[in-house]
Every structure is written in C-alpha cells, then in structure tokens.
Design a protein around this ligand. Sequence first.
Ligand SMILES: Cc1cc2nc3c(=O)[nH]c(=O)nc-3n(C[C@H](O)[C@H](O)[C@H](O)COP(=O)(O)OP(=O)(O)OC[C@H]3O[C@@H](n4cnc5c(N)ncnc54)[C@H](O)[C@@H]3O)c2cc1C
Length: 409
Amino acid sequence: MTADGGLRTISAVRRYDAVIVGAGPAGSVSAYRLASAGARVLMLDRAAFPRDKPCGGGLTGRALRELPIDVGPVIEKEVDRFEFRLRYGPAYARTASGPLIAMTRRARLDHHLAERAAAAGAEFHDSVRVTDVTELEDGYVVRAGSARFAASTMVGADGVNGVCARALGLGSRPTYGVALEGDVVSTAAEDRRYAATAVFELGTVPGGYGWAFPKEGRINLGVGGWQREGPSLRGHLEKLCAAHGIDPARLEGVVGYRLPLRKPDAALARRRALLVGDAAGLVDPISGDGMFECFVSARVASDAVVDLLSGAESSVEPYAKRLERRLCRLTSASWSAKIAFDRFPWLSFQLTRPGFVWPIVEALIRGEIDHPGSSRGLGRTALKLLDAGSRRLTGGQRIWHEPGPSALG
Ligand SMILES: Cc1cc2nc3c(=O)[nH]c(=O)nc-3n(C[C@H](O)[C@H](O)[C@H](O)COP(=O)(O)OP(=O)(O)OC[C@H]3O[C@@H](n4cnc5c(N)ncnc54)[C@H](O)[C@@H]3O)c2cc1C
C-alpha cells in the first residue's frame, strides 16, 4: 500500500477509460454509448439486477427519440390519449395522432438497458456498492468495500441518493420533490377504462399531481409533489384511488422516492468527471419525468468523455454548457408552468385547456420541438400568459437562468 491510498494496488488492476457508477437509465445508456465508441467501460451498481425503481415507467416520445437502444421488448402499452382533471372536478380529454408515451416497468427496462450496454462491450458488475472515490492526477479510483477500480474518467449516474456528486465536489443541494406509487392488478373493465389512456389529476397535490397509467394487466397509480408533502402522500394516494373507484387495499408495492430538481448553479462537470440523470438533478419540474433527461445527458456526457479520451479536449467540462444549451429553455418553461399550476390551478387549467394548446403539448412530449418557445400560434400566446403570470408570482425573476432568449420570449 502507498500513502496516497493504494496506487500500487491500482497498477495491478485493469485500468478503464471510464467508470460509471449506477446502472439506471442514465448509467446504462452512457455505458452503451461509450462502449459502442470503443472505450473500455466499467459499470457498477449496488443493487442486484433485475431491480425495481419507484417510477411511473412512462417513456415519452422525446425520451424514445434520444434512446440509442430498441426498447420494444419491454414496452407493455402505448398511450395516445390524455385525460386532464382539476381537483377531481372538471375534466377534458385529448387524443394524439400517434403514440405519446410508451409504458414499461422499470425492473424490465433497466435490466434490458444494462444488458444492451454489456452486449456493446461494457463490463457490468451488480451488487457492488461504491463507498468512496479518490481523485488522482490522471483519473479516479473508485472503492467498493475492499475492491478498487481505476479509470481515466468517471460518470456519476448513481441517482438522487448516490455518493458521486458529493465525492466529486459536484452538484449542490437540489430542490426535492417526492412521489409515491403502486400498482393494482387490473380487472377487464379497468383495462378497457384505461386502454391507451394516461390520466393526470391536476391541482390535487401541492407542487405536483396524481396519475393513472396503464401497464400489462396492471394500472400504476401515483402522486407526487413538493418534498414537504411527503407525510401526506399516502392520504393523497388514497384520495386518488377513491376518485378512480379503486380500493387502496388492492395497491401492491407502494414505494416513495425523491425527485431532484437541480439549481442553476450546481456544477455538473469538473476535470475528468461528470454527473448524469438524477445524480445531476435533471428531473423535469412540471412532469416529474427524468428519463428523457437521463438519455440526453448520457449522450452529451459520452461525447464529452470521448472528446477527452481522444485528446480533442483537455477535460469533460464542456459537457455542462452543452447540456445547459439543450435543456435550459425547456426547464425554464417547465418551472414557469409548475409555479402557475401550483398557485393558480383553476386559471392555469383554463389557459391550457383550449384545443389550440394541445398541438404544442403533443409536439413537446414527442420531442418535435425542444421547448414551447419554438411553437407558433394561439397556443403559444396562452403559454406566454402562463409564463407571465408565473413571473409576476416570482417578482419578475425567473427561477432558472437562461442563455439567450427566454423560454417563451
Ligand atoms: C414515483 C416516481 C415516478 C416517476 N415516473 C416517471 C415516469 O413515468 N417517466 C419518467 O421519465 N421519469 C419518471 N420518474 C423519474 C425517473 O424515475 C428518474 O428520473 C430516473 O430513474 C433517473 O434515472 P437515473 O439512471 O439517473 O437514476 P436511478 O434510476 O435512480 O439509478 C441509479 C442507480 O445507481 C445505483 N446506485 C446508487 N448508489 C450507488 C452506489 N453507492 N454504488 C453503486 N450503485 C449505486 C442504484 O442502485 C441505481 O440502480 C419518476 C420518479 C418517481 C420517484
């Protein structure tokens, strides 16, 4: 052993180009992309796979567009119809011209993505919990119990409760949301009721909403909101069940989990290390979705790692600006909508209800536009009003800083 933590031990082990901590969607897609580009990749996860992760399991069209892996084998249902209801009262439905969300279950999806990463050449070890990271001049040593792994670059993909952000001096305490979900085994009548339909119950949970999503032989029901709603979530979930004529006692596997909403000053990359997905706090404020952001960050991150490994860049730090450029305006608009819905649910519901707003929502979910500011027509005017109202509420301040024009400017 050497005084600096065991360099002699390290030189005896295989050195990787990249070590990825966490094999959720962000980690596995990063591993897949890097291994496909020819890098020697090691991916570690503390859980034994297949493992579940509390999630609605909805893959939006924009998430699917970013995925380099065919997930057809693990898709259980497709949704092309949305129902929106305010405080379990007035409701409306909209049907899209094609699928908007592909429904999966995370135990299946995450296992599939990890397998595809391994098939592309990444070395994957599950049941390995990373406890510590040491930064060296030219890389990192990752410690998992008595085992050590050395790599030139590091991708922190260990989710909202991970160790990488702190160990690498990245991130900063995000704003947290929290959500609780469970499944019921569906009856034939429930399968018909929720066929190809996602239900969104707005104005029911402060800082969030309730949902009902169809799965194969199951309906997933969940509620999410600001972190302070944590103690009330079980009550909110019971109300959601009652509104859907479902006995809460039928719910299986009810689990809660945090949702990290990044603050703009949180550092995402330093020297040879970066954060992706929930570890970077990239969850979308209004929808609570995070898988699209996992896939975008995995793509931008793997490009930055390849640039460093090939000598085109001297660090992975360009990652942060590139990711910001891609996500910032969407995040800004999303924060605006979240604040407006939270403070003026009735008005926000009425502003977004007209038929001419729906094509924008549809285009955003499908990833046909990057943010609402690139839309046109009356729908854009309605969303600008929502944005203006939200800005008044925050004293003219945007919660999110933006490079260039405002999200709806
Ligand atoms: C209730 C709920 C519903 C949601 N619904 C949706 C939805 O419908 N659609 C959507 O797009 N998003 C949804 N989200 C958000 C989505 O689940 C997350 O954004 C997504 O899981 C983030 O993926 P990730 O790969 O960054 O992290 P994770 O999926 O959390 O994976 C992190 C991995 O790191 C591993 N890990 C952690 N610590 C260590 C360690 N020390 N050593 C080794 N491994 C470690 C964990 O075991 C885990 O496998 C929902 C979230 C919640 C809470």
